[in-house]
Design a protein. Structure first.
Length: 419
């Protein structure tokens, strides 16, 4: 009788579907809450824009710093499965606490702590679904990235619409229900997931295997992380200042209707889902001709494309002046930004996974998420410039950050190639 773990859906191990559906609902809860956060602080709690921007950046930073500690805990003590279950339960509690204004700060801390256990422990199970020589292994992260973006697509429509039209607390409650749905799927799909070595055995094996390993992979990862941190200082504005511009700088009229602000935040995940197959087809054609760019070049190209997206907003802001820009330009901005994102972010995650030392999968994946921590801190600080400068000047700063990141990634070409 064949092992349940060897069965497939759509040509991939069934465990991959379980993992990305679990993460899909986790992202539904995360993006559902993030969609509402800045609006909730400025419109319900009456925080100033600068205070809201700093809280937003600090929260996202904490949510992506805690995975470093959570990854170590999963690798050494809890194991990946227990870490996912415990982390998801804590996150669901935090989302439900967001429905009470008095628990606002405590809820943010709770979600960040739960995310630390959950986030690195889920994608680090992907490699264990495949044998080392399985050709499907290289495409697994792309499939996973598309699947989990379904959650990010649904979140603004469901949580955003509930929060904006019926009350912020309904939106936060929907985010909590989404997280519980992910836990149910994960628990129900245990038989399709990879077998797990006890954490105590992993620690002993890791010490033996890593005793003589060079520190060179970590230095390369550090260089990539610095560049990606700078990139995220610009990229993470899509959840920070871009919603503010959507509110005051964009004409959202569509005939006699007004498009809800939160709906535009569904554009990014929708475009991830629709553009990824086209981009993979393009890269396969390039590979067949022997001209596919290296991972480092893909990342540098992606940063430059994102710089171009912000230069588009510079031009639109200058032309609009004191008038509101047509929502078409916001849609075009998201198209260009998402193309850049697909070049840099999944590629970077794949690089970290490939360079991971043996038996330290969750910890190394957590190191990738640490760039979101540092980048979000930078984004929060940069976001405080929004109310101090003109819109076109602010977008020009973001274009400069993305261009700087591209230059740093370009410098890493030779050492990465040698390694």
């Amino acid at each position: 009788m064949s092992d349940e773990r060897d069965k497939t859906w759509f040509g991939q191990p069934r465990g991959l579907t379980i993992l990305f559906l679990t993460n899909m609902w986790e992202l539904f809860s995360y993006y559902g809450m993030r969609t509402l956060l800045v609006y909730y602080m400025t419109k319900q709690l009456f925080f100033s824009q600068q205070k809201a921007s700093l809280i937003y950046g600090s929260y996202v930073a904490a949510a992506y710093f805690s995975p470093l500690l959570g990854g170590i805990a999963a690798d050494r003590w809890l194991g990946k499965r227990r870490a996912v279950i415990l982390g998801g339960s804590i996150m669901a509690l935090g989302h439900f606490l967001m429905t009470f204004e008095a628990f606002f700060y405590f809820a943010l801390v709770t979600i960040a702590l739960g995310n630390g256990l959950f986030l690195p422990s889920l994608p680090s199970q992907i490699n264990d679904l495949y044998r080392a020589d399985d050709p499907r292994r290289g495409r697994a992260y792309n499939v996973y990235y598309v699947g989990l973006n379904l959650g990010a697509l649904l979140a603004p429509f469901v949580c955003g619409s509930l929060g904006e039209l019926y009350g912020w607390h309904y939106g936060f409650g929907a985010a909590g229900l989404g997280m519980l749905s992910g836990l149910v799927i994960y628990l129900g799909g245990q038989k399709y997931l990879p077998r797990e070595t006890p954490p105590a055995n992993l620690v002993a094996s890791a010490k033996a295997e890593n005793r003589d390993q060079s520190s060179r992979p970590w230095l390369l990862l550090l260089g990539i992380a610095i560049a990606v941190t700078i990139f995220r200082g610009a990229y993470e504005q899509i959840g920070n200042t871009i919603p503010l511009w959507t509110d005051i700088g964009v004409d959202r009229s569509f005939g006699s209707l007004v498009i809800p602000m939160t709906w535009f935040q569904s554009l990014n995940p929708l475009l991830v889902i629709t553009l990824t197959p086209l981009l993979l087809f393009y890269w396969r054609r390039k590979a067949a001709a022997g001209r596919e760019p290296s991972a480092r070049r893909k990342m540098a190209i992606g940063a430059l494309v994102v710089a171009g997206a912000y230069l588009l907003l510079v031009t639109v802001s200058l032309l609009a002046g004191t008038s509101r820009a047509n929502w078409f330009w916001l849609v075009l901005f998201f198209v260009v930004l998402t193309i850049g994102e697909l070049y840099i972010l999944p590629t970077g995650l794949g690089l970290f996974a490939r360079l991971a030392p043996p038996r330290l999968g969750a910890t190394t994946v957590a190191s990738w998420f640490l760039t979101i921590f540092s980048g979000s801190l930078l984004a929060g600080v940069v976001g405080t410039l929004w109310s101090r400068t003109s819109h076109y000047s602010f977008f020009l700063v973001l274009a400069g950050l993305a261009t700087t990141a591209a230059f740093l990634l370009w410098l890493l070409e030779r050492p990465i190639r040698k390694f």
